[in-house]
Design a protein around this ligand. Structure first.
Ligand SMILES: [Zn+2]
Length: 635
């Protein structure tokens, strides 16, 4: 994103913390209702420039439509004059679209000409027009972590056999990892595609299964530039940071299951200038230099390119997932950046905070991208553990031999072990918050008891309340980018840093979900853990159970599959929506809803088409807080 450079930021270990703190504070202030006028002059200038561009784009589109009508109606003598104006207008409009597609893709979509109109333009003007595009390819998701957080953000690309296209979303982008095979639909301007949001991307096939357990073979390639051959640290230093400190951070976070090993090679001087920020060229040339030095680059799951500070300006950038993942470190190499970028490399998005003014959750909320000050995937000032939503995604909790998370199914008091240490007791609670009526996916509260242990020892030295209670976040199934820290004392904070003290639910304090009436109370907290009383009230029918079945084991194309979900419980189970989610053998997903009858049965009939893929279809049914799965074969 070409944010104008407001100020030059010189980074050092000493000032990084200060800048990050200032940036987050500014973000938090801007998020408080009524303080929007505190937006920086630069933000106001950006907004007015965007509005002016939008108006100009609409006007130029209208001119094209008018000129085309004149052209069609004109006699032979006027045609060439109108055509030259048409071509000049189309060229100007094209230039404007190119400059807008990154910052304001929605405006490009709004001002795009319908295909029918485009077809009526003379071909000399037509070459300047946008195109409707449906394109298959492999998704690449990058995150740039700038010290000035207003300049941080995600970058999306589509790798196709014909080359790489940049993707620009007008609405929220889908939370799919690098490597996912997708089909996108949007408006193309040169190598850029303007897309309407998550629905403009369809997953064709999932990406490679994430590799998050065990040894993570990592290659650090140190490169510098033809006009700056500085070597700010040695390969041994780099190894100590990544295979020492950062590996220990992962080992502790994963309860001994995941670590980093590998090699640091270089320094290599690449044929690039320090004044250019071309991450693709740095990656290609770093790999070529390592290969020329005899390194088998293909043997590593994670590639890290580290270089002396250059024109990129940010501190770190990484793919979200990917095989191999790729991370770029611009300048100092230390845990603050390596732990965060390699978290992205394992497939993590950021840990956010939700600021709803004086309420914990309310109607008017702002999401603070890096707002989770307790978590390395949030603010990077403290090396805090990844939170329980993130660890569950990595399989470091609640999977295989990992410590468990207790899913609360009934009113009661539940104990939590200290979060940082290995053990067989629950490291977190999951409490149902809501179920999406369209997809069936659920949003949960995640509750954990943090103590000043290991990499969380900062909790013993900075003013905070985490050890005196529990932290509560929300996170949604199927959306890896949905980790949100909640503020349990929302009335008193003036900046996100106050959340260190405010966010925890301390012993004796109760949080009430205003939609469901569910209450969460910290019964006690000490150095070994905490206990939490959850009262589900009558809000959630937790005593129900769900099964799902098919009427046959296998089917042929053109047959119908009857899916029956059966909900049972002590009270009436009639009239309850059941969401069926069918993943076909090619990875595509179909969702449908049916309602239970008086016997608790909900039936959905899926008709197999002639063009449906053969193979195994996976079925999930969800209702209330239950989920059930089955599968069938199509031959
Ligand atoms: Zn990041």
């Amino acid at each position: 994103m070409p944010f104008p450079a407001c100020r030059h930021i010189r980074r050092s270990k000493a000032i990084h913390v200060t800048l990050r703190l200032l940036a987050l504070t500014a973000l938090s202030f801007a998020a408080v209702p009524g303080r929007a006028h505190d937006a920086t002059p630069m933000a106001r200038a950006d907004a007015s420039a965007t509005a002016a561009n939008r108006a100009q784009a609409e006007a130029l589109t209208q001119s094209l439509v008018d000129l085309t009508a004149q052209y069609s109606a004109a006699g032979a003598s006027d045609r060439s004059r109108i055509q030259s104006v048409l071509v000049a207008t189309a060229a100007r409009r094209r230039q404007l679209f190119e400059s807008m597609v990154d910052n304001d893709p929605g405006a490009v979509l709004d001002a795009a000409l319908p295909v029918a109109v485009r077809a009526t333009l003379p071909s000399t003007a037509g070459v300047y027009l946008e195109q409707d595009a449906i394109q298959d390819g492999e998704l690449e998701v990058y995150h740039v972590d700038h010290v000035d957080v207003s300049r941080s953000g995600y970058r999306y690309f589509l790798k196709t056999p014909e080359g790489r296209l940049s993707l620009h979303f007008a609405d929220r982008a889908p939370s799919l990892p690098t490597g996912t095979k997708v089909r996108v639909q949007g408006v193309r301007v040169n190598g850029a595609l303007a897309l309407g949001g998550g629905n403009s991307v369809k997953q064709v096939r999932p990406g490679p299964a994430p590799n998050t357990i065990g040894d993570q073979r990592t290659l650090i390639i140190l490169v510098n530039f033809q006009d700056n051959a500085a070597q700010p640290y040695t390969p041994v230093d780099a190894q100590a940071v990544v295979f020492g400190t950062t590996s220990n951070f992962f080992l502790e976070n994963s309860y001994g299951q995941t670590w980093l090993s590998g090699d640091a090679v270089g320094w290599f001087t690449i044929a690039a200038s320090t004044s250019v920020c071309d991450t693709g060229a740095i990656a290609t040339q770093a790999q070529a230099a390592a290969t020329a030095a005899g390194v088998n680059v293909g043997a590593y799951a994670h590639l890290v390119y580290a270089f002396p500070q250059n024109a990129c300006g940010w501190w770190g950038m990484s793919t979200v997932g990917g095989a191999p993942s790729q991370s770029w470190i611009d300048g100092d190499l230390q845990l603050a950046v390596s732990g965060h970028e390699l978290g992205h490399a394992l497939g993590l998005w950021h840990s956010h905070a939700i600021d709803c003014g004086t309420q914990t959750i309310g109607a008017a909320c702002n999401m603070l991208e890096y707002g989770d000050v307790f978590d390395k995937m949030g603010g990077s000032t403290y090396p805090g553990h990844f939170n329980s939503f993130q660890k569950e995604r990595l399989g470091w909790l609640n999977a295989g031999v990992s410590p468990p998370i207790t899913t609360v199914q009934a009113t009661g008091t539940y104990s939590l072990e200290s979060y940082e240490t290995p053990g067989s007791g629950a490291k977190a609670l999951k409490i149902l918050k809501s179920t999406d009526s369209t997809t069936g996916y659920r949003t949960w509260y995640y509750v954990e008891a943090r103590k000043p242990i290991g990499f969380d020892d900062f909790l013993g030295s900075v003013a905070n309340n985490a050890p005196n209670g529990v932290l509560i976040r929300t996170g949604s199934e199927s959306d890896g980018n949905s980790s949100n820290l909640l503020d349990m004392t929302p009335a008193t904070d003036t900046s996100i840093w106050d959340w260190l003290v405010d966010a925890p639910l301390v012993a004796g304090q109760t949080y009430t979900d205003i939609d469901t009436g569910v209450t969460i109370t910290t019964a006690w907290a000490d150095s070994t853990g905490a206990a939490v009383t959850v009262n589900l009230g009558g809000a959630v029918s937790t005593a129900t159970s769900l099964t799902v079945s098919t009427d046959q084991g296998s089917y042929t194309l053109n047959q119908s599959v009857a899916l029956t979900a059966r909900l049972s419980g002590p009270a009436s189970v009639a009239g309850i929506p059941v969401v069926f989610s069918v993943q076909k053998s090619d990875g595509s997903v179909l969702n449908a809803t049916a309602t239970t009858d008086t016997t608790g049965n909900a039936v959905y009939k899926l008709r197999l088409g002639r063009k449906d893929p053969v193979g195994t279809y996976e079925v999930t049914a969800s209702a209330l807080s239950n989920r059930a799965a089955t599968s069938f074969l199509v031959q």
